[in-house]
Design a protein around this ligand. Sequence first.
Ligand code: FAD
Length: 418
Amino acid sequence: MTRGYSAFALLRHALSGHEHWPQAWRSPEPKPSYDVIIIGGGGHGLATAYNLARKHGIRNVAVLEKGWIGGGNTGRNTTIVRSDYYYPESAAFFDRSVKLYEGLARELNFNIMFSQRGMLTVAHSRSERDMQRRLVNAGALNGVDLEMVTLDEARALCPILNYAPDARFPIIGGMLQRRAGTVRHDAVVWGYARAADQLGVDIIQNCAVTGIERDANGAVIGVETTRGAIATRKIGAAIAGHSTMIADMAGFRLPLRSYGLQAYVSEPLKPALDMVVASNTLGVYLSQSDKGGLVIGGHADAYASYAQRGNLPVMEAVLSALVEFIPSFGRVRLLRQWAGIVDYAHDSSPVIGLSPVPGLYLNCGWGGGGFKAIPAGGECFAHTIATGAPHKLIEAFSLGRFRDLRLVDEAAAAGIEH
Ligand code: FAD
């Protein structure tokens, strides 16, 4: 009975008063082991696990989530889905995602409430209009349906906006994507989670990854977590604003910075706004949810932070912009406000693909725009993890682009984060 224990261990046990031998002193049990571990139970992590199981037959997969699934940015965002990007690489990727969203409720058998209500981005100046024309022309080349809209057409589409000619920034027209819209964010998480679970994926909540274990050649052999060590040869990290922390654990640096990005929801109103509207000049965009609340977003906070609350100057700027954009909402009361931690690369494009550590794959750098990317992100990331080579739709978004200076600078395609 005492074989294998030192006198010191026995003494410690006798003094501790424990009824059973401590776990660590018994003959070591084999660690749990998975073919793939996904870190992060947000939309990207769960969509990846689902695609690994569904499309690649890899079902011995665990999703490790430090809190609860959807508690990160996927459950905190303003849910805008669109594909009006400038560069062919971005347009192809994000338009694939919109198309996947169109069939996602049926695929997952879960009502994700995708509402393609259209998105109108107004222009307040000739230079802004020129930028929009450039985007619409790029869309024509990239196969993405974008339209220029005159002032009269904008007025007919969305009469509630401030069209006063003496406004501080008068509206002079805009750009429209009719297939853009909103999706219920937590339903995306639950839909993917349920489908992945049905295919055999383990979803483990309240389990934070605290370390990456590597062999003598530097390759991944497991993770340390708050619930014990787990063996694996492949890790997919999809942890948004905390990605640089995983990179730190694995011994390399990522060219990303994390900021708070806020969202605001008003008290419920009767239906008043039937499309998504945005003004990059004013720095605000919004839609009305099916429950009636105005879902409002704007610029990210000005300094890097992990605080999920956001700061006051941005709140004031976004809400005063809202009142300037739609004066009739001036007396609407704000119900809720929060922030999510989003990670930005220098060129405002994602980092998705291989990492410098064999067996560790990265899905990050989405900034304020990765919700719309979840279906295509999950599809491409699963392919990359399963095959060890990047999916062709994400080749341009590799980490290597920073070394080779082949940036995909999409800052102008959004203007503000959504
Ligand atoms: P997340 O949903 O954040 O999931 C990552 C998960 O990893 C989290 O649940 C976190 O708890 C977990 N995690 C972190 N560290 C660890 C660890 N060590 N161990 C285990 N788990 C860990 N995008 C759009 O396309 N349209 C929009 O309109 C839009 N608006 C936005 C508005 C706001 C206010 C915010 C904050 C974001 C917005 N975004 C938008 C961006 C979008 O929400 C994100 O890009 C997207 O949700 C990222 O998904 P994800 O799965 O990568 O990350």
